[in-house]
Design a protein around this ligand. Structure first.
Ligand SMILES: *[C@@H]1O[C@H](CO)[C@@H](O)[C@H](O)[C@H]1NC(C)=O
Ligand SMILES: *[C@@H]1O[C@H](CO)[C@@H](O)[C@H](O)[C@H]1NC(C)=O
Ligand SMILES: *[C@@H]1O[C@H](CO)[C@@H](O)[C@H](O)[C@H]1NC(C)=O
Ligand SMILES: *[C@@H]1O[C@H](CO)[C@@H](O)[C@H](O)[C@H]1NC(C)=O
Ligand SMILES: *[C@@H]1O[C@H](CO)[C@@H](O)[C@H](O)[C@H]1NC(C)=O
Ligand SMILES: *[C@@H]1O[C@H](CO)[C@@H](O)[C@H](O)[C@H]1NC(C)=O
Ligand SMILES: *[C@@H]1O[C@H](CO)[C@@H](O)[C@H](O)[C@H]1NC(C)=O
Ligand SMILES: *[C@@H]1O[C@H](CO)[C@@H](O)[C@H](O)[C@H]1NC(C)=O
Length: 760
């Protein structure tokens, strides 16, 4: 059977479900065609979409090539009755209508008559505008707003480019990942109408025991009706989420989001938005959370060869390999960059998006200029989760935005290699697997991870992986490995056989040990370290992990609360666990450890492991621990920003200047020694970067005991403890000693010591 496509796809689409009949005329099977490729060939469109405002008119444009009819239904206000219905005219797959400027500020929905393959019939659906710039509560209607209207701008909004914090190089960035209920956009799962919200009785929950299952029961009972949800269930990408605005209808979402960006910029922070383009909350002809699929059914979602929607991203995956999906993503990013002056974007499951789309997005954003758009696009930073799995794995749908594929693009990806080496195991493995920083070989936790020789080798393997990460995870950084071989980063492998180093530039790596996904850093440490370890030692380990990220080449990334020992009571996925488990206490009274067993759905399997820990009072930090952790964290960031040597901006600088000692088969286990050199008498040919220091040496000692080692290559220098560390409130840090005669470094247990060679 062959089908000839013409521009009349909208009529043909109706017959694109084939019923295979047996000789007796009974249906034995049914099949359908997937149309996106045809639509792209015939109807790819680059003209205006959404609302276009002119002095005395407004026009609306909707891409809907398979639709048979499209009207716009105007309403009297966000909840009022229909005012009028106006038909749109189609040309080359785009439906348009022009009306008077008075249409501005009306609420509307499109009424689309279109064939829905999932229902095998033509249906009339009401859908929001994919290019919506304003919405009513819960996205029920699109608000026809001119985003450039002066009344939507906070004072001095147009001049915000002048107030942005300074950023010379992306390698100067440090990222702090925060989800507060006041920072997000339009997604499903939280009612925009605050009077509908339910809350747990926190006073009552606080009386339950720390290892009880009663808290989670109360939280879960109302989890769909409370105001908490991470928001990874997008409905419409282009409008901020109404539940965070003082009024979900009308202008508040826009004005208040802009005020937020402006306020953050004014306290010296640039603002990154987490964008979730890889999936949609919903599809199909029904429901308020389905928008795109009501307009061009089947086009925006990605399907398998049987026509089933791919759902490896946990929802209805989108298909950026389709022309108009790619276009919508890039247009949407421009919307946020220009209309909200966002400084960077974090791409959820970037590996599920095509590399082509990422590259187009980067180019489009970088072309923004202060003169033309009020935004300096060259300062907008992009990074994402470059995981390579499921239907996009091995480039099955085209070259995707996976870690290795993004090398050389200047776009960052999360470094799971350093995360897993520092913490141990991985978020999918046994929670008791230890890592470089959590006691592997050095302080076994009783869970069998091989004999002593095995664990010693694993520890050394992890050390190699961490050193590559500290060197920007460059694919061709050369290291002497624990076996004594000289290897490039890309030739060193993880336990799963993946290359460790894969970047071409330090700005392509996001070094992290914890993020909103999975357990917090403190919780990971509390699970993996031996039961009988003191909380003081766990706090030291927490700081060591943060220090490794802070002093790495590349872009360090911290989960909000790493610096104050944040706990979620070991919840491994708290996206819908309410304020109770997600609490971030900036009064420093508590770190939220032991507020009950975390919700059963994702955690129950590990409750037996968690319960004795949550119930054991020796695991719970006191206010003093939290304040000390914060103090040390601030110090380590001060150190990062005290010298450009910690923030090298090019691969060649890293290869030339960063050197590891204590490497090879005879290295002392649990100790990493990193030297970074600048121009000095011995190296006159090297360009000088640091006015104050000619050399820095950082020693990470994760051992539960002091170490003392001679490093002849670092003898006869004028190294002294970094001035910030001389003042450290951590008494152990001050006991770090360097002796020039033999190049001897003495570093107390579980301590990072930074030595510098002052220029004068
Ligand atoms: C801006 O918005 C206000 C309030 O909705 C409206 O009265 C005004 O006409 C708009 N101005 C322009 C220039 O569109
Ligand atoms: C797609 O979304 C619908 C809701 O609209 C849901 O019922 C369905 O399970 C999702 N499909 C996949 C494959 O996740
Ligand atoms: C992306 O492509 C890589 C490399 O070809 C592949 O292994 C990976 O599975 C893909 N990622 C996804 C999410 O499909
Ligand atoms: C994409 O990544 C895969 C491994 O994930 C690699 O084999 C392939 O060569 C990469 N392709 C490009 C074009 O970078
Ligand atoms: C870690 O987080 C990822 C992303 O949310 C999730 O897929 C995974 O299941 C989590 N791992 C565990 C052990 O919960
Ligand atoms: C913890 O227990 C192990 C095994 O019983 C023991 O070797 C170790 O000394 C104990 N550590 C502490 C800090 O008490
Ligand atoms: C060098 O030290 C001076 C004085 O402490 C300080 O002002 C300057 O910022 C430092 N230079 C660098 C590159 O950190
Ligand atoms: C260390 O503390 C002393 C005394 O409080 C202070 O004068 C000095 O500026 C501090 N140095 C640094 C680098 O913070």
């Amino acid at each position: 059977m062959s089908v000839k496509f013409s521009r009349d796809v909208k009529k043909q689409s109706k017959i694109l479900t084939y019923f295979l009949c047996a000789a007796d005329g009974k249906h034995v099977d049914v099949t359908g065609l997937q149309l996106p490729g045809v639509l792209d060939d015939i109807f790819a469109y680059t003209g205006p979409l959404g609302a276009v405002f002119r002095e005395d008119s407004v026009s609306l444009h909707l891409w809907a090539p398979t639709a048979q009819d499209v009207s716009v239904c105007f309403f009297d206000g966000p909840a009022g009755p229909v005012l009028e219905t106006v038909q749109l005219k189609e040309s080359n797959g785009v439906w348009s209508v022009t009306g008077p400027r008075e249409w501005e500020n009306r609420y509307y929905l499109y009424e689309v008559d279109v064939y829905h393959p999932t229902k095998a019939q033509v249906l009339k659906c009401l859908a929001g505008d994919p290019y919506a710039r304003g919405l009513s509560a819960n996205g029920a209607r699109t608000w026809l707003v001119d985003i450039n209207n002066e009344t939507l701008k906070p004072a001095s909004w147009d001049e915000l480019a002048d107030e942005k914090p300074k950023l010379d190089s992306f390698s100067d960035i440090t990222i702090y990942e925060l989800h507060i209920r006041d920072f997000s956009f339009h997604f499903a799962g939280v009612d925009d109408i605050k009077s509908n919200w339910k809350f747990v009785d926190e006073c009552k929950l606080a009386t339950f025991p720390p290892g009880s299952d009663m808290q989670q029961e109360a939280v879960v009972a109302i989890q769909e009706e409370d105001p908490y949800n991470w928001g990874y269930n997008p409905v419409l990408w282009g409008v901020p989420k109404g539940s965070y605005a003082s009024d979900p209808d009308g202008p508040s979402r826009i004005i208040e989001y802009r005020q937020m960006v402006q306020a953050l910029n004014r306290i010296g922070l640039r603002v990154v938005m987490d964008v979730v383009y890889n999936h949609l909350d919903s599809s199909g002809p029904c429901g308020i959370s389905s928008v795109l699929d009501k307009i061009v059914p089947g086009y925006y979602v990605r399907r398998d060869t049987n026509g089933q929607i791919e759902n490896s991203a946990a929802m209805n995956n989108t298909a950026s390999e389709h022309f108009m999906v790619d276009r919508l993503i890039v247009d949407d990013l421009l919307n946020w960059a220009v209309n909200y002056k966002i400084d960077g974007f974090r791409f959820d499951l970037m590996g599920h998006i095509m590399k082509h789309t990422m590259m187009r997005a980067k180019a489009a954003l970088q072309s923004l200029t202060r003169d033309a758009h009020g935004v300096d696009g060259s300062k907008i930073y992009l990074y994402g989760e470059g995981w390579d799995f499921a239907e996009v794995a091995r480039n099955q749908r085209g070259i995707n935005g996976s870690q290795l594929n993004m090398s050389g693009t200047g776009i960052g990806s999360f470094n799971d290699r350093i995360r897993d080496a520092v913490n141990g195991g991985n978020p999918f493995g046994n929670p008791l697997q230890q890592g470089f920083n959590t006691g592997l070989f050095l302080e076994p936790n009783g869970f069998y991870q091989g004999n002593e020789a095995d664990t010693r080798r694993s520890l050394a393997t992890y050390a190699d992986q961490i050193q590559i990460g500290l060197a920007g995870n460059l694919r061709d950084y050369v290291l002497i490995t624990h076996t004594g071989e000289t290897k490039k980063g890309s030739e060193i492998h993880t336990f799963d056989g993946l290359p460790v180093g894969y970047t071409s530039s330090p700005i392509e790596i996001i070094n992290y040990v914890s993020a909103h996904d999975n357990e917090t850093l403190f919780d990971v440490i509390s699970v993996k370290t031996p039961m009988n370890l003191s909380v003081d030692e766990r706090c030291r380990i927490n700081h060591l992990a943060s220090s490794m990220m802070a002093l790495s080449q590349g872009i360090p990334f911290f989960h909000a609360g790493d610096e104050i020992l944040r706990s979620k009571s070991i919840d491994r996925d708290s996206y819908n666990s309410g304020d109770w488990f997600n609490k971030l206490d900036f009064t420093y009274e508590t770190n939220n450890w032991g507020v009950g067993l975390p919700p059963s759905e994702k955690n129950e399997d590990n409750w037996p492991l968690m319960k004795p820990r949550l119930e054991n009072p020796s695991f719970k930090p006191a206010k003093g621990h939290i304040l000390a952790a914060l103090d040390s964290f601030v110090d380590i960031l001060k150190i990062r920003y005290s010298s450009p040597l910690f923030r090298l901006s090019t691969a060649s600088d890293i290869k030339q200047r960063v050197h590891f000692h204590n490497t090879g088969p005879s290295s002392v286990p649990g100790v990493i020694v990193m030297g970074i050199e600048d121009a000095r008498d011995e190296k006159p040919e090297m360009a000088q970067l640091d006015a104050n220091f000619s050399y820095v040496v950082t020693v990470f000692n994760v051992c539960p005991h002091e170490v003392s080692m001679d490093i002849p290559a670092l003898a006869s220098m004028r190294l002294e403890l970094h001035p910030v560390q001389v003042n450290s409130s951590d008494a152990l840090v001050g006991k770090s000693v360097y002796e020039a005669a033999t190049g001897r470094f003495t570093v107390p247990r579980r301590t990072v010591s930074v030595f510098v060679e002052p220029r004068c």
